[in-house]
Design a protein around this ligand. Structure first.
Ligand SMILES: Cc1cc2nc3c(=O)[nH]c(=O)nc-3n(C[C@H](O)[C@H](O)[C@H](O)COP(=O)(O)O)c2cc1C
Length: 165
């Protein structure tokens, strides 16, 4: 198995250390190399400002009470919003592939990431802030890790595989 697949973890504690923008662009480049249905590349990415990050974090705390995801959004240097450009049938699968590529490339670069689906709950508010008309799918936090979590439990292959060969 690829080392990055084994090493990737959801990181929820970050250092305040900055990351070079070019590194982030490199990581997003891995996203756009993902396969997509009919090669229609439905993903769109928005890198948000610190001000928007803070507002999103604040809104999440307001609506859902103090929570770890909101804390991550406030502390990471980069929050990437991931959008779906249209309503083609397989778009969400293609975008999931792009997000995973991004997480793995960031892992390869020694950085921590968090896939944030929770942001969907405040989609309307995010739209007011960033003024992008596409469908918000997820967000990705990217930063310098301040923890080394152990692997979260996985089902065994026998539990998820029906082998009829
Ligand atoms: C679609 C999706 C949405 C997720 N949304 C969140 C989220 O909003 N907040 C969070 O802390 N983790 C989120 N996660 C991370 C999962 O909790 C995590 O991947 C899972 O517990 C397994 O842990 P690991 O990533 O360290 O292997 C999300 C993961 C996926 C795939």
């Amino acid at each position: 198995m690829l080392k990055e697949i084994q090493d990737r973890r959801s990181i929820r504690n970050y250092l305040t250390k900055e990351i070079n923008k070019d590194t982030i662009l490199d990581i997003l480049q891995a996203g756009i190399m993902a396969p997509s249905a009919k090669n229609n590349q439905p993903w769109r990415f928005v890198i948000v400002s610190t001000d928007v990050k803070n507002k999103i974090s604040l809104k999440m705390n307001e609506l859902f009470g103090s929570n770890k995801t909101a804390e991550v959004i406030k502390t990471v240097p980069y929050l990437i919003l991931v959008y779906n450009k249209d309503k083609e049938y397989f778009n969400h699968l293609s975008i999931g592939a792009a997000i995973e590529n991004i997480l793995l490339e960031a892992t390869h670069q020694g950085l921590g990431t968090l896939w944030i689906g929770y942001i969907k709950k405040i989609e309307d508010y995010v739209k007011e802030l960033v003024n992008v008309d596409y469908e918000l799918v997820s967000a990705i936090a990217i930063g310098v890790k301040d923890e080394e979590p152990i692997v979260r439990p996985r089902l065994n292959l026998e539990d998820v595989l029906i082998d009829k060969s």
